[in-house]
Write a protein that binds this ligand. Structure first.
Ligand SMILES: Nc1nc2c(c(=O)[nH]1)N[C@H]1C(S)=C(S)[C@@H](COP(=O)(O)OP(=O)(O)OC[C@H]3O[C@@H](n4cnc5c(=O)[nH]c(N)nc54)[C@H](O)[C@@H]3O)O[C@H]1N2
Ligand SMILES: Nc1nc2c(c(=O)[nH]1)N[C@H]1C(S)=C(S)[C@@H](COP(=O)(O)OP(=O)(O)OC[C@H]3O[C@@H](n4cnc5c(=O)[nH]c(N)nc54)[C@H](O)[C@@H]3O)O[C@H]1N2
Ligand code: SF4
Ligand SMILES: [Mo]
Length: 762
């Protein structure tokens, strides 16, 4: 007997609604849910393979506990006993900062990851927090923090309505979008062009996204901040600055003009390898467009000037009056956002409230650079203790952060480590306890994070499509028990964690004059919450206090969990709308266009005007059927063009004497790897590209399919010392490398060779 169930796809930021086919307790099919209010039936190959991802036989089914050096299956009770026994002595002896917390990307894709890590970190009181954000979007958080006073106030391009999109360092045709949640991003780009709008793509590679564009500029990696600064300068020089409705909300425009004066198109052209005239045209087109949005993603963040580039994106949106207006870039308002407070000055955003112990990196948004995790473990200093115990949740830093070999050794030296992870992989193999969450079909889902980045307001919630098998534990319960175990409350009822958060949230809300529950009794309100589980009650709480909520009766037709459950395909809440000045939390209550830390970083950008890489530089790439480090174990999502090869331009290949398919040695500051060459003019000359998340050849893992085609770890080419200084974000793109044919070249098959030669001529 087969049945269907709805499930929001957790496999990327697009959050598509899926209709799963379920036979017995197995997902045997997945298609796009046409009635989903947001994704309207869109699905990609990863979503279509949901069943294979969900049913991977290598997923762990029971907790693992290390005994006599070996990880063995254990009961949940034994596992949490071991966690408490492992972490508490470290906290008590060396203090809270000696326990590191590492949060990886899939955390943002689970309810457990949204609801419990904040409690875990606060409960531990540790400053040793490292997340995937510092190999990703931390520059954007920092620029938003400085400009708007809120690191999470990230403007999103109004894809459905804009008439001009300048898309930088992003490849949504493979990634399906990031910091811009938009199911069917490809379709939205096509629709933009179909309605007469224009798309410009800035990317050193001619990506599938670039091929869709009206104009593609193959910029030299790492120089976007220069390009954007020059565009801003053109706007000032040519009198094209027009803040429009933004004028009353922005301060510092003249200061920005003065600060950017040297960055003329002529001054940046050589560094960027883009003609000055073209840069002027880009600026003029942006100013002339009826509506326009500048949108930049990972290629602009994971570079030496990531924060400046992220800042300049918004500077351009502001100078052209496109911030906070339809068709421009707007601040989404999610259903679970906190009750909007009245507009006015806020606390602002502080950087560097503390520093990392070894290299003195400033914290950003409460985090230390994950590039510094290895040294925070393996290096002793006079002040403070190294990280001696680690809690890793949904994180595989051995593959996803610079210098995995060093981190690999550092993890092996820890006193104790616990991983919450469905796989025994390159990172979790070091854990003393592995706590495996159930597959996604068994978990409820709501996108707390991505709805704050979505191109349309909507809210959706799916309950588990399949009930948990006996002996399995929901990830929310795993996380609640983990919180208790590491904070000295081991053994308490996990619902205590939810009750605590609910009590605190309501206690605060009733004291806030702008809250719909101002003056009410928190216990009475807690009693009104519905939901079958603690996490559901917390969702109900957030919905009801949120901007569209029922306010516990204050707005009777507002949102509640009950109402959401009655709409299984979601509830549409309309297009993005202008919101300023409400989202601003700067001390001035205005957009602070030239914050001091940004001004202080501009001299470094000025130096970059003269820099030219002497040799080849490396960039990354994503494949539509990939997901960072953890999807290479699914046969349906590997093979074909999804391979760990080094893309290099025919001209570079010829100069280096490299043939297509031949193994090449790539050497960087952190090490060396050997991968097959793929000669293609899709990368610009001077640039090579290797994807990340590969290198599944370490012993002691349980990834049987991934191990058959392990690929190499691109991050081994990095030594972790290259960071964007303001955000601590790793530099992963535009990194200098040396490339040479590997010693004993295998002759590629003739047919492949001929194909390569002819494609090289295209
Ligand atoms: N060179 C280079 N390096 C990069 C990047 C790049 O572009 N180039 N990209 C960077 C970016 S943007 C990111 S976000 C990081 C990602 O790097 P990580 O944060 O390490 O993320 P993933 O590889 O996606 O997965 C981490 C772990 O989550 C586990 N997992 C999967 N599903 C679940 C779940 O439901 N629950 C739990 N608890 N665990 C789960 C997986 O088994 C895996 O071990 O990599 C970064 N590294
Ligand atoms: N299929 C798939 N989808 C994914 C993921 C995945 O691994 N696979 N990962 C998810 C995650 S965690 C994230 S953060 C998002 C990322 O989503 P995107 O930001 O869209 O990521 P990429 O596809 O890596 O595109 C980045 C582009 O930047 C280009 N680039 C590199 N250096 C520079 C530079 O200096 N300047 C400019 N202008 N461009 C540069 C690269 O060539 C690449 O095409 O994708 C998410 N979606
Ligand atoms: S685009 Fe992303 S959310 Fe949509 S089906 Fe594919 S992986 Fe899932
Ligand atoms: Mo990411």
């Amino acid at each position: 007997m087969s049945r269907t169930a709805l499930r929001i796809c957790p496999l990327c930021e697009a959050t598509c609604g899926l209709t799963l086919t379920i036979e017995d307790a197995r997902v045997t099919g997945a298609r796009g849910d046409r009635e989903d209010v947001f994704s309207k039936g869109f699905i990609c190959p990863k979503g279509a393979s949901f069943g294979a991802v969900d049913g991977d036989p290598d997923r762990l089914r029971a907790p693992l506990v290390r005994r006599d050096g070996e990880l063995r299956e254990a009961t949940w009770e034994e596992a949490f006993d071991a966690v408490a026994a492992g972490i508490r002595p470290v906290v008590e002896r060396y203090g809270p900062h000696s326990v590191g917390v590492v949060l990886g990307n899939p955390n943002v894709h689970t309810m457990a990851g949204a609801l419990y890590p904040p409690v875990l970190i606060a409960g531990l009181g540790t400053r040793s927090l490292f997340t995937a954000s510092t190999v990703d979007q931390m520059p954007k958080h920092v620029s938003s923090g400085l400009l708007f006073g809120d690191a999470n106030a990230i403007p999103v391009p109004d894809l459905d309505h804009t008439s001009h999109l300048l898309l930088i360092g992003a490849n949504p045709l493979e990634s399906n979008g990031s910091l811009c949640t938009a199911p069917d991003f490809p379709g939205k780009l096509k629709a933009l062009r179909a309605r007469g709008g224009t798309l410009t793509v800035i990317d050193p590679r001619r990506t599938r996204t670039a091929r869709l564009a009206d104009r593609h500029l193959a910029i030299r990696p790492g120089t976007d901040a220069l390009l954007l600064a020059a565009m801003a300068t053109v706007l000032f020089e040519e009198g094209l600055v027009d803040l429009g409705h933004l004028a009353p909300h922005v301060q510092g425009v003249d200061e920005v003009r003065d600060a950017l004066r040297d960055f003329t198109p002529e001054a940046v052209a050589q560094a960027c390898d883009i003609e000055a005239g073209v840069i002027r045209t880009l600026a003029r087109e942006l100013a002339a467009a009826e509506s326009a949005a500048v949108y930049a993603r990972i290629g602009s963040c994971t570079v030496p000037h990531g924060t400046l580039a992220s800042w300049l994106v918004d500077v351009l949106n502001i100078l052209t009056g496109n911030l906070d207006r339809p068709g421009g870039a707007l601040f989404p308002q999610a259903a679970t956002d906190r009750t909007p407070r009245p507009a006015g000055p806020g606390h602002g955003f502080a950087l560097g409230r503390w520093h990392s112990r070894v290299s003195r990196h400033p914290e950003a948004k409460g985090e230390l650079p994950i590039s510094a995790l290895a040294e925070e473990i393996d290096t002793a200093t006079e002040e403070g203790e190294p990280v001696r115990a680690l809690v890793a949740v949904a994180a595989n830093p051995v593959l996803s952060v610079p210098d995995g070999d060093r981190l690999d050794k550092a993890l092996a030296s820890l006193d104790f480590m616990v991983s919450v992870d469905p796989y025994l992989n390159e990172t979790s193999r070091h854990a003393d306890v592995v706590l495996p969450p159930p597959p996604p079909s068994r978990s409820p889902h709501h996108d707390f994070a991505f709805n704050t980045l979505a191109v349309r307001h909507q809210v959706r919630y799916t309950r588990p499509a399949i009930p948990l098998e006996p002996g399995r534990m929901a990830e929310t319960e795993i996380m609640a028990r983990l919180v208790l175990a590491v904070t000295g409350m081991h053994g308490a009822d996990p619902s205590a964690v939810d009750d605590l958060v609910i009590g605190q949230t309501l206690g605060k809300a009733v004291k806030e004059a702008h809250s719909p529950v101002h003056g009410r009794d928190p216990r009475e309100l807690a009693g009104l919450l519905t939901g079958d589980t603690g996490p559901e009650k917390r969702l109900d709480l957030m919905l009801r206090l949120g901007p569209y909520g029922d306010g516990f009766g204050a707005r009777p037709d507002g949102l509640t969990l009950e109402k959401l459950l009655a709409h299984p395909h979601g509830i549409d809440l309309g297009p993005l709308r202008p919101r300023l000045p409400q989202p601003l939390k700067t001390a001035s209550g205005k957009v602070e266009l030239l914050p001091e830390p940004i001004a202080g970083d501009l001299p470094r950008l000025r130096q970059a005007l003269a820099e030219r890489p002497a040799g080849l530089v490396l960039v990354g790439r994503r494949h539509l059927r990939s997901n960072n480090s953890w999807m290479h174990n699914v046969p349906a999502l590997t093979g074909g063009s999804n391979r760990c090869t080094l893309h290099l331009h025919p001209a570079d290949a010829e100069r280096l004497g490299v043939r297509d398919g031949q193994p090449v040695r790539v050497k960087g500051a952190g090490g060396e790897v050997t991968a097959p060459a793929e000669v293609t003019d899709a990368v610009r000359p001077g640039v090579v590209s290797l994807p990340h998340g590969w290198g599944h050849d370490r012993p002691g893992t349980r990834l049987s399919h991934a191990a058959t085609d392990p690929g190499v770890n691109v991050n081994q080419l990095l030594d972790g010392s290259l960071l964007d200084p303001l955000s601590g974000n790793a530099v992963l793109n535009g990194v200098p490398v040396e490339v040479a044919p590997a010693a004993a070249p295998e002759a590629p098959p003739l047919a492949e060779n001929i194909g390569a030669v002819s494609s090289a001529k295209l």
